[in-house]
Design a protein around this ligand. Structure first.
Ligand SMILES: Cc1ncc(COP(=O)(O)O)c(C=O)c1O
Length: 387
């Protein structure tokens, strides 16, 4: 009998394993390619070339031009940078959704404490924002609309094109948080009715601690940090060259095979759900099945505590999660699932599995078996009906 893999990693919306090409790129900069891109000597100009090559690779993944890409420390910082636009404006009104990542929601709450108006648009039971809701929110003048493209917990895809068109008609800037979309969807920033776009290296098998904000009009971006003239004053501080180089390689590799990667991951995710639904026909998948990114499966395991299921799977070498990694140590139920109308109990019973291109069909079958066994065991333990 073949040995089972020791660990099956299905928490790729939290972070992905860096691919060997990325590790080589990062190590190459740390060992021989180090240098400060602002330095005037040869090592500095080599570092500058590395930085600009990565900028071109990253820009290409999302259909932006190089001068539209500003490197940051990740999705959190890019979101903060984009939202900063509001505090500098006169109307001082931010429109966002109830299901954003905490880097948007917490900044929005910070704004509110300073007297800035924030409208949180509700979502429907599948996690989608309605275009009419945005139109209503924009009856009052606003400076910025910020919406995530793909929800990190459910994979639900927002109608960003339609939302962007409404923003265009009303002359309001539109930012999308594409941290979970880049590398999973084809993106053409310059064709989209979008002014700013966030994405992050570690969601596409690149390094952690590096991301980017794409911007169409850089004079409308207000820095969070102050310092040197790196990233044209928008993001001062010596660049994270190893991270940026790794991000560039990850972006290039991802772009090359995007369509094939997408369908491979989707096949695994769909097979996983099919296997579970075969055994548990009433199983509920949270999110929008029609408009859902290829890799995410958020499942409501009625009658059991999702944390207990996750812990059991963890002991068996299956890594998944209950909510976004940033909130997973809090005892609160997922704000995303609550906003979609799930009860607290249902939110606590839900578990997220997020696949990547590094997963295999064999792993998928093993996980489906283990989830089936563990769910049954927990149902039995709870004295519930076992399927
Ligand atoms: C939708 C979304 N936005 C922003 C972020 C934050 O990105 P980072 O971890 O690079 O700061 C994440 C990370 O999980 C995310 O899923």
């Amino acid at each position: 009998m073949k040995d089972e893999p020791q660990e099956i990693y299905l928490d790729n919306n939290a972070t992905t394993r860096p691919i060997p090409e990325v590790v080589d790129a990062v190590l190459g900069i740390l060992t021989t390619g180090y240098g400060n891109p602002s330095s005037a000597h040869q090592r500095g100009s080599y570092a500058r070339r590395t930085l600009e090559m990565a900028r071109a690779q990253v820009a290409s993944l999302v259909g932006a031009s190089e001068d539209q890409v500003f490197f940051t420390s990740g999705g959190t910082e890019s979101n903060n940078l984009a939202l900063n636009r509001v505090s500098e404006k006169e109307a001082r009104h931010l429109v966002t959704t109830e299901t954003e990542h905490s880097s948007v929601l917490k900044k929005a709450r910070f704004f509110e404490q300073r007297g800035i108006k924030v409208t949180y648009m509700p979502v429907d039971y599948m996690g989608r924002v309605n275009v009419g809701t945005l139109k209503n929110a924009l009856e009052e003048s606003a400076d910025l609309v910020s919406v995530h493209w793909i929800n990190n917990e459910t994979g639900t895809e927002q109608p960003v094109w339609e939302l962007g068109e409404v923003c265009r008609e009303r002359g309001v800037a539109f930012h999308i948080d594409a941290a979970q979309a880049a590398g999973k969807l084809e993106i053409n920033f310059n064709d989209m009715p979008v002014d700013m776009l966030t994405f992050s290296g570690h969601k596409i098998h690149g390094p952690q601690g590096v991301g980017a904000l794409c911007v169409k009009q850089s004079d409308r971006v207000f820095p969070v940090l102050f310092g040197g003239d790196q990233e044209r004053f928008i993001r001062p501080g010596t660049e994270n060259l190893p991270g940026v180089a790794g991000f560039g390689v990850a972006a290039e590799i991802r772009e090359k095979d995007l369509l094939e990667i997408k369908s491979r991951i989707k096949a695994l995710r769909d097979r996983f759900e099919e296997r579970l639904i075969d055994v548990f026909p009433g199983l509920c998948i949270n999110g929008d099945k029609e408009n859902r990114v290829c890799n995410t499966s958020n499942i409501l395991f009625s009658g059991v505590d999702g944390m207990a299921l996750m812990a059991q799977l963890d002991r068996e070498g299956v890594i998944c999660s209950q909510t976004s990694a940033c909130n997973s140590r809090s005892p609160e139920p997922s704000h995303v699932l609550l906003a979609m109308g799930l009860s607290q109990e249902e939110a606590f019973s839900s578990v997220r599995f997020s696949f990547s291109v590094l997963n295999t069909l064999e792993e998928t079958e093993i996980v489906a078996d283990k989830v089936t066994r563990s769910y049954r065991k927990l149902l039995e333990f709870e004295g519930r009906e076992v399927f």
